[in-house]
Design a protein around this ligand. Structure first.
Ligand code: UT7
Length: 336
């Protein structure tokens, strides 16, 4: 048995240029900047105008490769966590493989909604830990603006578009890298957060379009309560079984769905706000991109440093949720 650990050695992210501000949304639906800020913490989001998920993933991966110093032909495996792939098939992983010239890589898409990046990170880590592969790219990204209903004020104000990627490589030092994970699913949650149209159950017809079935639906209130509990309990579980308290954790990297969920989770973990990565104000909820976006931004700004202990935590449709414990091991790219 290999004693390798998988470790994140580089990250990169991309958000499209066009902004959708709260002021813009005030003109589209019956809402106010004040309501959105106080209820969600969101100020603006980025929107992809043309193209598809792969057009955001490619620049994110290109930046990640630049930060790592490796070339695309060295990549062994590409895993894409998304709920808004370019199309049902071929997989966005295959589309990306061709676009970046990762000639020897194989890959696949993984669907677990807002927990997709954590699921994909853990799946990718298995291949590194068992010695199968040495360079695994895990991408999280979504074009949420394509499935948001911009006539529904309950949901359209929440989402934005972005992609981010991390590189997993092996290390023999088992005190570093991805140390532990807890992942969960509860299919009974499918009643309050879903997109019903487009799959084999409800293939696209005029009727499914007329009924708005190709848009995301969420009962926000119902999801809110379980999201706080799920993220906090998964984080607490992983800390407890690794003998850690809030004092030992340098950063909580939570899924960015609502600032109030993030604050409640941090409070339950007894973590100061200064130890919580928050960028929801600038991006909104980018679903699979939220956690790797935070990692990439904080790392490239020199705030996430080698040797730091971080807890990644998510909650999303399915329901799916979990937490991953990481000892950050990427060389510092910036000095602050
Ligand atoms: O990422 C996947 C997981 N998703 C989540 O974790 C999201 C969880 N849910 C949430 O973040 C929050 O529930 C929302 C932000 C979606 C909603 O916040 P809330 O505090 O739960 O509001 P609410 O749904 O209880 O609505 C309160 C009021 C309602 O009016 P009445 O019935 O009290 O008169 C809504 O109609 O706010 C109204 N409302 C709005 N008002 C202005 C709902 N959306 C808006 C809006 N602008 N955009």
């Amino acid at each position: 048995m290999s004693k390798m650990h998988a470790t994140i050695t580089a990250a990169g992210h991309y958000a499209p240029e066009k902004l959708l501000t709260n002021a813009d949304l005030e003109k589209m639906v019956d809402t106010t900047d004040e309501w959105i800020r106080t209820r969600t913490g969101i100020v603006e989001r980025h929107i992809l105008e043309g193209g598809a998920l792969s057009d955001m993933a490619v620049p994110a991966i290109t930046r990640m490769l630049k930060n790592s110093g490796i070339g695309p032909e060295e990549i062994d495996l590409i895993i894409v966590a998304t709920i808004s792939p370019d199309m049902f098939f071929p997989s966005t992983a295959c589309i990306i493989q061709e676009k970046i010239g990762a000639k020897k890589a194989w890959g696949f898409d993984l669907s677990a909604a807002c927990s997709g990046f954590l699921y994909a990170l853990v799946v990718g880590a298995q291949f590194v830990e068992n010695g199968s592969y040495r360079k695994v790219v895990v991408v999280g990204g979504d074009v949420m603006s394509r499935i948001a209903d911009y006539t529904d004020r309950n949901n359209c104000i929440l989402f934005g578009d972005a992609a981010a990627a991390v590189l997993l490589e092996p290390t023999e030092d088992t005190s570093l890298g991805i140390l532990d994970h807890v992942l969960y699913a509860d299919g009974s949650g499918g009643k309050v957060l879903y997109m019903k149209g487009g799959g084999s159950l409800n293939p696209p017809t005029h009727e499914t379009v007329d009924k708005g079935m190709h848009y995301l639906y969420q009962d926000g209130k119902a999801v809110f309560k379980v999201a706080v509990i799920g993220m906090a309990e998964a984080s607490a579980e992983i800390m407890k079984r690794n003998g850690l308290t809030g004092k030992d954790v340098d950063w909580l990297v939570p899924h960015q769905a609502n600032l109030r969920i993030i604050d409640a989770c941090a409070e339950r973990m007894e973590l100061e706000k200064s130890k919580v990565m928050v960028n929801i104000d600038r991006y909104g909820n980018t679903t699979n991109a939220t956690i790797p976006m935070c990692l990439s931004e904080w790392w490239q700004a020199g705030k996430l440093r080698k040797g730091q202990t971080i807890v990644l935590a998510s909650f999303g449709a399915g329901f799916t949720w979990g937490a991953v414990l990481v000892k950050w091991n990427a060389e510092n790219v910036a000095q602050n």
